[in-house]
Design a protein around this ligand. Structure first.
Ligand code: AMP
Length: 278
């Protein structure tokens, strides 16, 4: 595995692969890798001749009082994992490489970014689309892999790629969970053993809400019941727990199209998100 920190080197490596006729997959991450990230890498490995993984903790997608400064960093272990998984290039640029002095361009996807995490983390998705647009332009890959765990992010990135005619196919990868149902997340590292015992309740509540809605309960009632259950188990705050359409993220009361239940909730210092198909 080759470690690359400069954009021009990444471009030249990928151009060399292209000359040889190789297909290329890219897996953007913020590091602190777990089995969820590795499932994206595995999907990329299976569908492409060459795989690039990026590690960049993007400052522009964090709010002022969020965890940018304390975001977990397990760099040595990340490198070992990626190498063992057969990744060809780890692209890990410095902040100044991505945002040089005078950087002033923003990428904004309207509409899809107003609800859910967009409402509770204003500006978050503007940072996500800004950095993902740049990373896709730098990698020039055939395919890019994104986790369904961050469903709204996946939806927003797909819309951006479509709207801006970026020539990379966005490939969704199912959420990897612990045996107790907890969606794997770098932020689970913030949780105490006691909180780790409570955390799976979020996924369980989403599954129950999805089941209730499928059984005919109105979505608002099912989501209110699930919110109460999450708060009762020890989560401090629920930012949202809502049923929305899978593609357009529109609210629905009686789903007649593909829908999902989405939630974000605070446990100790962690803000956990998850979603479940109805
Ligand atoms: P992050 O490093 O948290 O920004 O995540 C990088 C990529 O990994 C994103 O596309 C996430 O959706 C994806 N991802 C994170 N956790 C999981 C998981 N448990 N299962 C599948 N994909 C995941």
């Amino acid at each position: 595995m080759r470690l690359i920190t400069e954009i021009k080197e990444l471009r030249s490596e990928v151009a060399g692969w292209r000359d040889e006729g190789f297909s290329v997959g890219v897996v953007p991450t913020m590091g602190a890798l777990h089995a969820g990230h590795m499932s994206l890498v595995q999907a990329g490995r299976g569908q492409n001749d060459r795989v690039v993984t990026t590690i960049f903790v993007n400052p522009t997608q964090f709010g002022e009082n969020e965890d940018f400064d304390s975001y977990p960093n397990t760099r040595a272990a990340d490198e070992a994992r990626l190498k063992a998984a057969g990744v060809d290039v780890l692209f890990a640029p410095a902040r100044s490489e991505i945002y040089p002095d005078g950087f002033s361009t923003r990428v904004i996807v309207d509409g899809l970014t107003d609800c859910l995490c967009g409402a509770s983390r204003p500006g978050h998705f503007d940072g996500v689309t800004q950095v993902v647009c740049k990373l896709l332009n730098m990698a020039g890959a055939d395919r890019a892999y994104f986790g369904e765990k961050d469903w709204q992010q996946l939806t927003v990135v797909r819309r951006m790629v479509r709207d801006l005619n970026i020539a990379t196919e966005i490939v969704p990868v199912p959420t990897v969970r612990a045996p107790d149902g907890l969606a794997l997340s770098s932020r689970n590292a913030y949780l105490s053993p006691e909180a780790l015992a409570v955390a799976p309740r979020l996924a369980q509540a989403l599954a129950e809400a999805a089941h209730d809605i499928r059984s005919g309960m109105a979505a608002s009632g099912a989501c209110a019941k699930a919110t109460e259950a999450v708060l009762e188990t020890g989560f401090a705050k629920v930012d949202y727990l809502e049923c929305r359409t899978a593609d357009g993220l529109e609210t629905v009361e009686k789903p007649d199209t593909a829908c999902r239940v989405f939630a974000a909730a605070h446990l100790e210092t962690a803000r956990l998100i998850d979603n479940w198909p109805v």
